[in-house]
Design a binder for this molecule. Structure first.
Ligand code: ZN
Ligand code: ZN
Length: 231
């Protein structure tokens, strides 16, 4: 059985000057709550790479006024720790584990400031384009619906290895925000050393280039109550 869902395709459009402030970007200047420090890797203690940020859009799961940020360690290209098979994430999961990546969801109305530009990546603007996808009901006993494989906000995950939906440690459902398709390259600044374990000398990958489905607590219980399912 098929039906359709609305989503926003995320187009990567290069911007010539790294210092240009773009609210939805790959690389560029992170926009964070005033006073927040640039995130560091919990294990290596080095500043992480600001991989992307995205402003919320009315009618999308990333709500209007919200701002999503994704960081990953510049030394450590690996997948997140494996989550529990099913059920709820541990309480305060963002403070546990190796901490070689970080997600932030700034709530609407936050007093923000602009940090210095990321130097490891070339800056691009992320341009959302509203469209629709055909979703397929895979007809299993468990609810199993898949959407289009794309770099996208909203819609339905394409689930390379089948659905895996967890609850937040607070008990609320996790809500699907964005998908990063497998092997999506983020353009690296030419002066940046080669990323470890990457397939490319010139590109930067998130979580080894796996397919990524990023979820947030539907109750928004904490600005870091997000989780990536990586397949
Ligand atoms: Zn690290
Ligand atoms: Zn929660």
């Amino acid at each position: 059985m098929t039906s359709s869902a609305r989503f926003f395709k995320l187009k990567i459009v290069p911007v010539p000057n790294r210092e240009t402030v773009v609210r939805s970007s790959v690389g560029g200047c992170p926009i964070m709550p005033r006073g927040a420090a640039w995130p560091h890797c919990r294990t290596c203690a080095v500043p992480m790479v600001h991989v992307l940020q995205l402003d919320g859009i009315a009618g999308s799961p990333l709500r209007l006024g919200e701002h999503l940020l994704v960081f990953q360690c510049r030394n450590w290209n690996d997948i997140p720790e494996f989550p529990p098979e099913s059920g709820a994430l541990p309480d305060g999961h963002w403070d546990r584990g190796e901490g070689h990546y970080a997600f932030f969801l700034t709530p609407p109305g936050t007093d923000e400031y602009v940090l210095d530009a990321e130097t490891a990546l070339n800056i691009s603007e992320l341009v959302p384009e509203e469209t629709r996808e055909v979703t397929k009901d895979m007809g299993r006993a468990q609810k199993f619906v898949t959407g289009k494989r794309a770099f996208k906000l909203g819609g339905v995950p394409s689930w390379a290895q089948g659905p895996r939906v967890l609850r937040c440690g607070c008990g609320a459902e996790m809500e699907f925000l964005i998908e990063v398709p497998a092997d999506l390259p983020f353009p690296k600044d030419p002066s940046t050393p080669e990323q470890r374990n990457a397939y490319s000398k010139t590109k930067f990958y998130l979580f080894l280039g796996n397919e990524i489905y990023l979820f947030a607590c539907s109750r928004r219980c904490h600005p870091q109550a997000l989780w990536a399912i990586v397949q």
